[in-house]
Design a binder for this molecule. Structure first.
Ligand code: ATP
Ligand code: MG
Length: 392
């Protein structure tokens, strides 16, 4: 059983002081992910490398699955760790490693040595070619190919010696916690959980807000959003989900304003309330699952009308995606099956037959004037009565 895993991460964007912030965040996120699975693990940062040491029994697939949810990880390599007791022992261990992992190997291979310990008596090239020779002796049908080997055996010489030949892909991205925080407008649909996942992948911590309209939307509709938040939290870490009771505001808009403008007006109030919580939580932006032209409220005109009320940047990572592309990601992150459960949504309940697709901003502002008498108090009340659920 492998006891140690080498965690590979992209090093390009993390020069200088940012590097240790990136690495520390990555270590924290790995620890967080592994705390949820069976077994005891130690996550160490050693000489510009991150290792996971397994201290008890564990389930290999479960461990890999957990690590594949940690943004910032590019690859996961099971490594064999050896004490440095001289080259002859290393050569024997390399042959034994090959025999165990690739019995009777007949393909092409290459040994790649990295010598971080400069006091080691042999140079990297020499170690590689010597070990290559020993492998050929033990596996006479194997062949060296230095350009496109089917098997690349890595040997790292540090205080200890590390052998590995396999890299399981990680999710990429940047560790959550390295890029501030944003407030996700999370509905029960397909798009917004994907949008949250994509922004979290860039290292952003996520909080969320859901607009609930009881009794028009049920407890089950709310539970569905909690379940979606849980799926996103598997990648992003804990999410503080704000559940806003939006019923009175929706009914008031419905009573006072032209129905074809309903969705846009509702959206504008959602954005205002989301922004309130965003500022309270020190978020640097809002996130939505909008994509140009997907529905009437997502035409360029409609997006401009919604956007007008926001002072924080609004991040719309799906803006150029087709529905199928969004669905593909939803499947990948396991939100799809929950998203398509047929519970009502506060937007569909009050939706007009012919919503405006080119809202006129002057008209929209005029319609909002009709709400002046009560709307501020209603928004304040919605904020006061918001329920916060920590989802992890
Ligand atoms: P989704 O699949 O995310 O529900 P959608 O294609 O259904 O998106 P809309 O219903 O027009 O599109 O919603 C656009 C965006 O507005 C959503 O992606 C989400 O970010 C936000 N949103 C919509 N309804 C709600 C809600 N009830 N609570 C919180 N955010 C919402
Ligand atoms: Mg929706």
């Amino acid at each position: 059983m492998t006891e140690t895993f080498l965690i590979k991460y992209a090093e390009i964007a993390i020069k200088g002081k940012n590097r240790y912030l990136f690495e520390d965040a990555l270590v924290r996120q790995i620890q967080h992910a592994l705390a949820k699975i069976e077994g005891q693990f130690q996550v160490n940062k050693e000489q510009g490398r991150i290792y996971v040491h397994c201290q008890t029994d564990y389930d290999f697939d479960e461990l890999i699955e957990a690590l594949q949810k940690v943004f910032g990880i590019v690859g996961i390599s099971p490594v064999t760790v050896l004490e440095d007791t001289g080259f002859e022992d290393l050569a024997r261990a390399v042959v034994a490693y090959m025999q165990e992992k690739y019995p009777a190997y007949q393909g092409t291979f290459k040994v790649h040595t990295r010598r971080a310990k400069k006091t080691y008596p042999m140079e990297s090239m020499e170690v590689s070619s010597e070990l290559g020779g020993r492998i050929l002796e033990a596996f006479p049908l194997a062949k060296v190919d230095v350009h496109q080997p089917a098997l690349l055996l890595h040997v790292e010489i540090r205080e200890k010696l590390y052998l590995y030949s396999e890299t399981i892909p990680g999710p990429g991205g940047m560790p959550v916690g390295t890029n501030g925080k944003a407030m996700l407008l999370l509905s029960g649909g397909i798009d917004s959980p994907v949008a949250g996942y994509m922004i979290a992948k860039r290292g952003v911590t996520i909080d969320a807000v859901y607009f609930h309209a009881p009794p028009y939307t049920s407890e089950r509709a709310k539970q569905k959003v909690v379940d979606l938040a849980k799926e996103v939290a598997a990648y992003s870490g804990p999410i503080r989900l704000h559940v806003v009771n939006f019923t009175d505001i929706q009914l008031y808009i419905y009573d006072q304003c032209p129905h074809e403008e309903l969705t846009i007006l509702m959206r504008r109030y959602m954005m205002r309330i989301a922004e309130h919580f965003a500022k309270e939580r020190r978020c640097l932006g809002l996130i939505t699952g909008e994509s140009i032209g997907q529905v009437a409220s997502q035409t360029m005109h409609s997006l401009a009308a919604t956007n007008e009320v926001c002072t924080l940047p609004v991040y719309r990572p799906l803006i150029g995606f087709d529905k199928q592309e969004i669905v593909n990601v939803a499947h990948k992150i396991h939100t799809y099956d929950t998203s398509v459960l047929p519970y009502e949504d506060c937007c569909t309940i009050f939706v007009a037959k012919h919503p405006v697709t080119k809202p006129n901003l002057k008209k929209i502002r005029n319609s909002e004037k009709k709400l002046e008498e009560k709307i501020d108090e209603m928004v304040a009340e919605a904020i006061r009565t918001t329920e916060v659920i920590v989802v992890e």
